[in-house]
Design a protein around this ligand. Structure first.
Ligand SMILES: Nc1ncnc2c1ncn2[C@@H]1O[C@H](COP(=O)(O)OP(=O)(O)O)[C@@H](O)[C@H]1O
Ligand SMILES: [Mg+2]
Length: 262
């Protein structure tokens, strides 16, 4: 089995407070890994660190992140410009964080494509339309003509997913991509992720606080608590024979809630 990403003993602090504690995690290529844990456990910090999106107040005291064998934490700003988006894509909880409110979707979409690919405008437009249809945006031209605020949460999240996928990243990071959506849109976006997983050769790391989401989507599950990984295993190991008390607790909570039947 080939690994795309390896986290080695990551210790990260905010103002002398440990937020990630000795994180060791291996992400196998073309698999989906769910990172599950309650709010404040450090899930977003781990994803943002992988994308080099943390502020200067986040201090990595120790550790390495290897992406295809390349050390990410020591890369300079220039190298990051060709990796962020292109090699590693990210989808956020709230797609509006991602868009420029003053520009139509079309301008933002084509800008991203022209930044990373040497494409003429027509090819870029066709690429966008095709990718949008693949995430069930069936009238791409109408969506492209809109401003971000004119889209519903679910639509905006689909556009964000299409934009990320257009760059064909090797690694797709998704930070609670359905948490801000209504229940129906949540279900639809999760189905979209499942299709992406089946269709694309892509490694996905998805952060969620919901075990049911992990069960629905993941090949492997990492359980986080208080900045550490308490348990890692295949989906079936974690769901059907959890070892750690915290994993058992999360599974109990999920059973009680039964928000989502995947
Ligand atoms: N910019 C920041 N400055 C200080 N503390 C932060 C900052 N961002 C996150 N934290 C702290 O780090 C911990 C983990 O946060 P986060 O990674 O957002 O957790 P999660 O995504 O699992 O909810 C929390 O205790 C949070 O308060
Ligand atoms: Mg978070």
């Amino acid at each position: 089995m080939i690994n795309l990403v390896e986290y080695h003993h990551i210790d990260l602090y905010y103002q002398d407070q440990p937020v990630l504690k000795d994180i060791c995690l291996t992400i196998p290529k073309n698999k989906t890994v769910a990172i599950v844990g309650q709010s404040g456990s450090g899930k977003s910090t781990l994803l943002k660190l992988t994308m080099q999106l943390l502020g200067k107040d986040a201090v990595v005291q120790n550790g390495r992140i290897l992406f295809e064998g390349q050390e990410l934490l020591s890369l300079n700003t220039h190298s990051w410009q060709s990796i962020r988006g292109r090699e590693i894509g990210m989808i956020f909880q709230n797609a509006s964080q991602y868009f420029d409110p003053r520009k139509k979707i079309k301008d933002q979409y084509l800008e991203i494509l022209s930044k990373h690919f040497n494409m003429d405008k027509n090819t870029a437009l066709e690429t966008a339309q095709k990718q949008m249809r693949q995430v069930s945006l069936l009238s791409p031209d109408s969506v492209l003509g809109k401003y971000p605020f004119e889209l519903s949460g679910g639509m905006a999240q689909r556009v964000a997913i299409a934009m990320a996928l257009s760059l064909k990243p090797k690694l797709l990071l998704a930070d609670e991509p359905t948490s801000a959506l209504d229940v129906v849109s949540q279900k639809q976006i999760l189905e979209e992720f499942r299709m992406i997983k089946e269709r694309e050769e892509m490694t996905i790391m998805i952060v969620t606080h919901n075990m049911a989401v992990a069960q629905y989507l993941a090949d492997y599950i990492a359980v986080m608590n208080h900045g550490g990984i308490v348990e890692f295993g295949t989906r079936d190991q974690i769901i059907y024979s959890p070892q750690h008390p915290y994993t058992k607790l999360l599974l109990e909570v999920t059973k009680k809630e039964e928000h989502y039947h995947g």
